[in-house]
Design a protein around this ligand. Structure first.
Ligand code: MLT
Length: 318
């Protein structure tokens, strides 16, 4: 009886408090290094969300294990709306088959808040990589697998999972070099210390515009307006390589519905803001339409990713 009362009191207090949400700064955890695609998308949207919510949103980069360390921390955080995470196709999808003892369930330990942006994958290589198109790249890769390395942001990250898919399509196993995010990985690629990388377009566009790396193809059904000269993998002869990466906000399970609704509305306002849209589109992001912006749509996306990647990656986690 006492416990039941305590639960009712706690729930009503949380709901009561949600009326004044947010009453202080919110922490948004980014599970990868600053300056990378997940960080950049988070900061662009969070900046506008903070204005709509009237409180600061503090970005905290907590790295490691392909983003699963930070994601575990948020799964266990207080569900009061003041700790959020930007998860993605890896942390909230592909990590499941790759980490048999994963300490969280992406489709059960979180409240989905909203999808932020789609971030198609581009195959990029160091500037002096001896290939001028995807066919030459694939041929060189197959002939020199033993001496080539591919960067990624840790097991289960988008860049790792995309690299694993490419490996399985080409039946190759180059050396993987892990980083705490694709920001440092891209730096190593631009410096010629790494041979190639499958990365989210948001992190690729500035480097292509600066001429520091080369791009062979985008793993999407259509070319991207931010990289009009980069062919699709289908155009370039590797139609099987398709990866629709994305980044989204999640809160700990049990975060009150009015708080989720307020956060979701703030994301919606941000994604409708011209300045936010222009910044995201200039980096090649795909901005979700209204139907894709609901918490329910995000949960369906998470469940779809777990179902999709488990047969593709199940072997890799053993
Ligand atoms: C990042 O922000 O560094 C990426 O999202 C990492 C990845 O998943 O490849």
């Amino acid at each position: 009886m006492v416990i039941a009362c305590a639960a009712v009191v706690a729930a009503s207090t949380a709901v009561a408090e949600s009326q004044f949400y947010p009453s202080h700064a919110i922490t948004m955890i980014v599970p990868f290094a600053a300056g990378g695609p997940t960080d950049v998308v988070s900061r662009i949207v969070a900046e506008h969300m903070a204005k709509a919510l009237g409180q600061d949103i503090v970005i905290d980069n907590i790295v490691g294990a392909g983003g699963t360390i930070a994601t575990t921390r948020v799964a266990r955080a207080a569900n009061d709306g003041y700790t959020l995470i930007t998860g993605h196709m890896g942390t909230h999808g592909a990590a499941v088959p790759l980490y048999p003892n994963l300490a969280y369930r992406p489709d059960a330990d979180f409240e989905p808040v909203a999808l932020l942006a789609g971030t198609p994958i581009v195959i990029v290589a160091r500037k002096d990589f001896p290939a001028n198109d995807l066919q030459q790249f694939v041929a060189y890769l197959k002939a020199n697998t033993a001496t080539l390395n591919v960067a990624h942001a840790g097991v289960g990250s988008v860049s790792h999972v995309s690299g694993e898919l490419l490996n399985s399509i080409l039946n190759i196993k180059p050396t993987g070099v892990p980083f705490n995010g694709t920001a440092p990985a891209m730096k190593a690629l631009a410096a010629g210390q790494i041979d190639y990388l499958c990365d989210q377009i948001v992190n690729v566009v500035p480097q292509i515009n600066a001429g520091t790396i080369k791009a062979f193809a985008i793993a999407a059904p259509e070319r991207n307006p931010a990289l009009p000269e980069v062919p699709t993998t289908a155009e370039a002869g590797l139609p099987a390589f398709q990866v629709q990466a994305w980044n989204a906000i999640f809160a700990p399970k049990g975060t009150p519905a009015p708080i989720i609704a307020a956060l979701n509305a703030a994301v919606g306002k941000a994604l409708d803001d011209d300045e936010v849209r222009n910044r995201l589109l200039a980096l090649g992001s795909v901005i979700p339409g209204p139907a894709e912006r609901t918490p329910e749509a995000l949960m369906a996306l998470v469940r779809g990713e777990i179902a999709k990647w488990t047969p593709v990656l199940g072997h890799a986690g053993k």
